[in-house]
Design a binder for this molecule. Structure first.
Ligand code: ZN
Length: 443
């Protein structure tokens, strides 16, 4: 297959662009990138997705999300949370206890559909369904494969529903990670909820269970001030320090949020090679504070960008990251557009490299064929120098026209090709209604 565009942005973080370019895809891999005429002439007989006015970008990556939260949209919660922990108790921990395997499957389908239609081709998902743990990751996998979105999946181990369920969560992670060794499309990581719901004993059990699996942990860290207070009370250590003391951090571990991390903790994250993930819209919505992402970059960290499930739109998340830190620090110089693009593309691709065997986030020979074509016809000149400005101020997910994941056309001319979208949505509404009907029944 050959995909052409007026602009082929081979590396958005480094703003490398091929004008009137084309991408040759064989199987699930990019084989050649170059001028359109040259690629077409040299490779006759290929199917051509021809977008002479389009912009071809590498697929976007979401470094942290929760498909399981899908059916919270519009749900009749009897909740009036006044602070972060109450949001967890009254909404998320209330919902996840009632999720069946069917709910999990449909949440995976609708989330993957929304993600890919917004240009996201790889997501790092963090799942919870404490009353139906066993097999839940396989149901999510089934959903992501059916839609055609690459994913890394984890089950969030927690003590909040008792020891038996914590142990079941550990088993679910271990079995899933083992079964997906060498898989190029769906991989596993070891999920942990957050230090505030994990005892020393459970953390030790997780580290022991992860031994030899060549994996890292995916954990919420220092999201709300309550997490920091809890850690200090329990251990005398701050959140990142406590996780470090238990051997949770490392080059495959994902520390999500890190809002209440000080310089010393940021340096621990840096020195252990741990990936911290920034989710600005979720942080704003939960009123937990602004993550010290600008400071983290100054200290040499390479923060990643996720949505936490607040949206499945990485274009929007990138724009919010761009404006939030300027307002927060009252300084228009911070978080310039190139820094946002580095987070979204280079840094997220660095995380992906810890779990997948080929590069993503760039269009180059040998990379996975994960591409997005935008209907973006700029009304001012666009070149390598000003591409970041066009990305932040011009492009958004409404321009997403065609999406290729793993060499397969998942969205073509705005139509989902892999599943009957209307049918899935109709069925999902029924599943959601059944879940809402038992929302205040015992799980
Ligand atoms: Zn999260």
């Amino acid at each position: 297959m050959i995909v052409t565009g007026r602009y082929v942005v081979v590396d958005p973080a480094a703003t490398k662009i091929v004008r009137d370019g084309a991408v040759l895809i064989e199987d699930n891999v990019v084989r050649q990138v170059g001028p359109r005429e040259e690629v077409l002439r040299g490779n006759p007989g290929h199917e051509v997705l021809d977008y002479p006015r389009g912009v071809v970008l590498p697929g976007l990556i979401c470094a942290h999300c929760h498909a399981y939260g899908a059916f919270a949209r519009g749900a009749p919660f009897r909740a009036s949370p006044t602070r972060f922990v109450e949001i967890l108790e009254q909404i998320w921990w209330h919902l996840d206890k009632r999720l069946t395997l069917e709910d999990t499957y449909y949440s995976g389908l609708v989330t993957a559909i929304e993600a890919v239609k917004h240009g996201t081709t790889l997501m790092f998902d963090h799942h919870a369904s404490p009353y139906h743990i066993r097999g839940s990751l396989s149901r999510l996998e089934e959903a992501f494969r059916r839609v055609g979105v690459r994913a890394n999946i984890a089950y969030e181990v927690s003590d909040r529903d008792g020891e038996e369920r914590a142990l079941e969560g550990i088993r679910e992670n271990v079995e899933f990670i083992k079964a997906h060794k060498g898989d190029e499309f769906i991989t596993g990581s070891f999920g942990l909820h957050a230090q505030l719901t994990l005892s020393d004993e459970t953390l030790e059990r997780c580290v022991e269970a992860a031994e030899g699996l060549d994996t890292g942990f995916h954990i919420h860290a220092a999201e709300g001030i309550e997490d920091l207070m809890d850690s200090l009370r329990k251990s005398g250590r701050r959140v990142i320090e406590r996780l470090h003391a238990h051997g949770i951090l490392g080059p495959k571990t994902i520390a999500v949020h890190c809002v209440h991390a000080n310089d010393r903790e940021l340096m621990i994250l840096r020195d252990t090679g741990t990936h911290c993930v920034h989710n600005p819209e979720s942080n704003m919505n939960n009123a937990v504070g602004v993550a010290p992402v600008v400071r983290a970059m100054q200290l040499g960290l390479r923060p990643k960008l996720g949505t936490d499930g607040f949206t499945m739109d990485m274009f929007r998340e990138a724009k919010v990251a761009y404006v939030l830190h300027k307002l927060h620090l009252a300084d228009p110089r911070v978080m310039p557009a190139p820094d946002v693009l580095r987070m979204l593309y280079a840094n997220n691709a660095e995380l992906a490299a810890a779990y997948f065997p080929r590069p993503v986030g760039v269009i180059k020979e040998g990379a996975f064929a994960d591409l997005v074509v935008l209907d973006y016809d700029p009304y001012t000149p666009m070149d390598e120098g000003n591409f970041p400005g066009h990305f932040i101020f011009g492009m958004d997910s409404s321009h997403v026209r065609t999406v290729v994941v793993d060499g397969r056309i998942v969205v073509e001319d705005r139509v989902l090709k892999t599943v009957d979208e209307a049918k899935v949505m109709e069925e999902a509404r029924k599943v959601a209604q059944r879940l809402w009907d038992r929302l205040y029944e015992p799980p």
